[in-house]
Design a protein around this ligand. Sequence first.
Ligand SMILES: *Cc1c(COP(=O)(O)O)cnc(C)c1O
Length: 224
Amino acid sequence: MRDVERRIVEACERSGRSPGGVNVLAVTKYVSAAAAANAVAHGVRHIGENRWPDSEEKWRLLHGQAVFHFIGSLQTRKVKDVVGRFDYIHSLDRLPLAEEIQKRAEALDLTVSCFIQVNVSGESSKHGLAPEELPGFAAALRGMDRIRPVGLMTMAPLAAVPEDARPVFRRLRQWRDELNESGAFREPIRELSMGMSGDFEVAVEEGATWVRLGSVLIGKEEDI
Ligand SMILES: *Cc1c(COP(=O)(O)O)cnc(C)c1O
């Protein structure tokens, strides 16, 4: 964890950013509830999981101590498992999903903070809206008072070198700024959820406010 923190600080120094602007989301999907609890005991505040059945034990154990983020692709019929448990959804990528989140959140009288997932690279294997769809999607979200759009999320294509991900991260930042300039959302969105174990330093240099780190952070319990 120390090593990751140091690498984030160095990436901030290279790009003139304040390290306080970068949040670490510890992706615990590979590890046991005990390992996740150990990470929380060592200062992890945000936990990322991509399937409810696999995260249920961790959530029951840790939900008062850590904030839970849902980072996996979300089927509409699974929304009921997620809303009310996870404070953030990083994978909002289509209108029927937004409508279901709105409906469940209304029933529970709460608001869900959501990142809109964008398929910047256009790979067919990737989830996410095409960038051109963002303005229309943002407009549709204006009518959904239980969804608080907080930012954009993307996954860069698997690359031989982290540097290859830079244009993808840069485009996501530009889209955020363009959407804000055109007043697309009720309130400007600030966050960029981008960067994983293999490319997080490049993401930080390009403005990531959330890096989603699994293997580099808690791949093995003794790494903590
Ligand atoms: C698994 C996962 C991560 C973390 O991956 P690592 O490469 O282990 O850091 C980040 N984001 C999403 C959406 C994931 O599914």
